[in-house]
Design a protein around this ligand. Structure first.
Ligand SMILES: [Zn+2]
Length: 686
């Protein structure tokens, strides 16, 4: 797809090309606009901004193609990319967050128009040739960052098939459009009304449900039963809290039975992806998808996942023994825990073993207090000053919005973080980090300061009327702040590889590292202060929290591992898999790597929408988590707030964004023995 990359639900910004070059400033008014974008004040401005950007970029592209090949060609491509990003990134965040439909619709139109324009740039053979000529003529004189920008830009062009001709080109285009279509069809089938998960219960089973869950059910007179339609969240609540094992079995089967049509759709999707990869000279789709990443090859990812699986097995058995103990207490002690009973007994065990009162813990996490605590944390760990600043008139998109300005201790401006953290109708309903403007060097003394929005949905507590965060929400907010630090501390010359525009298996490292602060006693004393008394989170609660984290860690990791391994193996085929063999492969992976076997009549793989977005790279979360844990243990554990560790993290990792080879980056942070070389790629120590 060239320079542009789809935004992910997890919030990694679209690696869309194109920021606000100096030349554009004179065109737009200097009054601060919505999302900080000058010139954006009313919905109609999007159309004008998109049009002006396209005109400007087309002129820049024309000049670039006519100019002699030199290193400045790379800078000019980066400026085009920055110019488009300046508008398209704002359109992206606006369409997900603006409460006014007119703004959303105008943003959507501008988004689509600019993405089409990006597709045309990606297919512009003149730009591609100019880049290749510049690399040939001037590579020796380029800075290492410039060389890497040039290399990744060329790879991006080629991953879009620009260098293919004739039949090869037709074959590639055909496979690519099929893979996109099958991907969309797979996702559509997950939300079609005829494929949603419904469960029928008799009167007795219905009466035993907690009242909150009864609301999901309606009486069907024709069958004299209660019919419930379950989304992912209500199904998971049912599995944790329904007392009747037979009800849990029904819910489990219904929520893990895939839409039947997805059997063929998944087979077709995988087959089209194999064709895409082979057209470009890769053996499998996984080889294609991983080639720009740190892991680089499917063999390295498989070796990592197998080792990780081995490291979990014994602990998972101990955890299962604990679940069995609770099942025995419930007179279900035949020694075998059914897969559908797992969540219920885990929930019971967690409640009893951890003395965990989530409501009492929430009282220590009022949203404003947590934000102040994170500011204190960033000051201690990274030497930053975080100031809450008033929004300029017309800059904000909702009343609850907060604006943080990030500076170094000696007053150097680093960037802006908007916090849009409370729910409202129509708003993006996951947690995400949206890039609004990328960091880049403008001159030897001037930088374009980055700007990001952290978007979450922390509901006000019904009892207190205030947003008191659950501990999981605190962890989520820290995760997003990890991404934000990657963005605002980026010191790259080019915007193309700044901040979170780094390989998938690296980009999640800072965010996973920041999650560790949510479990660290010293950090928790900063983050958790009682909303009435300001008393810090007591040690007893901290201990209970920490116990709850580890109690079923191995079993939960096994589940993620099964997803990652299946995603890998399905995309690592040289020939077409039949629908039946896809099912067999997914089942055999689950039976080998999880202590909880496949339940007959279920096929979760037909329901796993992440196959579409990740296509063999779902492993990135586990991989980044392992790297983040290694960094935590080496630099932070035991004295998490001591000065030094954070600074070295900033200098060795965060400031480089994606501008350095990821292997070198990781070895600089963690030492030369941090990665093992396997099958042409790299995997971390487990
Ligand atoms: Zn993330």
């Amino acid at each position: 797809m060239g320079w542009a990359r789809e935004a992910r639900a997890s919030g990694e910004s679209a690696k869309t090309p194109m920021g606000a070059p100096r030349v554009m400033r004179s065109w737009f008014s200097t009054r601060v606009g919505l999302y900080g974008l000058n010139g954006l004040h009313v919905p109609g401005d999007f159309e004008r901004l998109a049009r002006e950007t396209i005109g400007k970029c087309t002129a820049m592209a024309g000049a670039l193609k006519a100019a002699p090949a030199r290193a400045a060609t790379v800078k000019a491509l980066d400026e085009i990319s920055d110019a488009v990003c300046t508008v398209v990134d704002v359109a992206e965040v606006c369409r997900h967050t603006h409460p006014n439909r007119e703004f959303v619709q105008a943003a959507e139109r501008a988004y689509v128009q600019l993405q089409d324009y990006v597709a045309a740039l990606n297919a512009d053979a003149g730009l591609y040739e100019a880049l290749r000529a510049a690399r040939r003529a001037d590579e020796a004189d380029m800075s290492s960052e410039c060389r890497r920008v040039a290399l990744t830009l060329q790879e991006d062009f080629e991953r879009g098939g620009i260098h293919l001709e004739g039949r090869a080109r037709t074959k590639f285009d055909d496979a690519l459009s099929k893979s996109l279509e099958f991907g969309m069809e797979f996702q559509r089938n997950l939300v079609r009304p005829e494929h949603v998960n419904a469960v029928e219960l008799d009167d007795d089973a219905y009466r035993l449900l907690p009242r909150k869950l009864q609301q999901c059910f309606q009486r069907s007179e024709s069958t004299s039963s209660w019919r419930g339609v379950l989304d992912a969240s209500s199904a998971s609540t049912m599995l944790r809290s329904a007392q009747n094992s037979d009800v849990r079995r029904k819910v489990f089967v219904a929520s893990n039975a895939g839409p039947e049509p997805n059997k063929n759709v998944l087979a077709n999707l995988l087959s089209a992806r194999t064709d895409v990869a082979r057209s470009l000279g890769f053996q499998t789709y996984a080889n294609f998808a991983m080639s720009p990443l740190l892991a680089r090859t499917p063999e390295a990812v498989r070796a990592f996942l197998l080792d990780f699986s081995d490291s979990l097995r014994e602990r998972a058995k101990d955890e299962r023994a604990l679940i069995q103990k609770y099942a025995a207490n419930n007179h279900q002690g035949d020694g075998i825990i059914s897969t559908w009973d797992k969540a219920y007994f885990m929930s019971q065990a967690r409640g009893n073993e951890c003395e965990f009162d989530s409501r009492a813990i929430s009282e220590y996490f009022p949203l404003e207090g947590v934000i102040v605590g994170i500011g204190e944390l960033l000051s201690r760990v990274l030497g930053l000053e975080i100031q809450m600043q008033d929004l300029a008139s017309g800059e904000g998109w909702t009343e609850d919005l907060k604006k943080l300005v990030v500076k170094t201790r000696d007053g150097e401006m680093r960037g802006t973080i908007y916090l849009d953290l409370l729910p409202r109708p129509g708003k993006f309903n996951h947690a995400a980090h949206f890039v609004i403007r990328c960091s880049r060097k403008l001159s030897s003394t001037e930088r374009q300061h980055p700007s990001v929005a952290l978007v979450c949905n922390f509901a006000a507590n019904s009892r207190t009327g205030r947003a008191l965060l659950t501990h999981a929400e605190v962890e989520t907010l820290l995760h997003e702040f990890g991404h934000a630090m990657h963005s605002v501390l980026s010191d790259t010359e080019y915007q193309h590889l700044s901040g979170t525009r780094a390989p998938m298996d690296i980009v999640e490292v800072p965010s996973h590292l920041f999650e560790h602060f949510a479990w660290d006693p010293d950090a928790l004393k900063l983050l958790g202060k009682h909303y009435l008394t300001s008393e810090p989170l007591p040690n007893g609660m901290i201990n209970a929290l920490r116990k709850s984290k580890s109690i079923f860690d191995a079993i939960e990791s096994q589940q993620q591992l099964v997803f990652a391994m299946t995603d890998l193996e399905l995309h690592n085929q040289t020939s077409t898999l039949s629908p039946a063999s896809i099912g067999d492969l997914a089942a055999s992976i689950q039976n080998e790597h999880s202590l909880f076997p496949v339940v007959p009549g279920t096929n979760w793989e037909l329901r796993f929408g992440h196959f579409v977005g990740y296509g063999s790279t779902y492993y990135s979360y586990l991989y980044a988590d392992v790297l983040a844990e290694d960094i935590w243990k080496r630099f932070f554990a035991g004295d998490s707030l001591a000065p030094g560790a954070g600074e070295s993290l900033r200098d060795k990792l965060l400031r480089h964004g994606g501008s350095r080879d990821p292997e070198i980056l990781v070895r600089e942070v963690l030492g030369s023995d941090a990665l093992y070389e396997v099958g042409g790629g790299f995997r971390p120590r487990v």
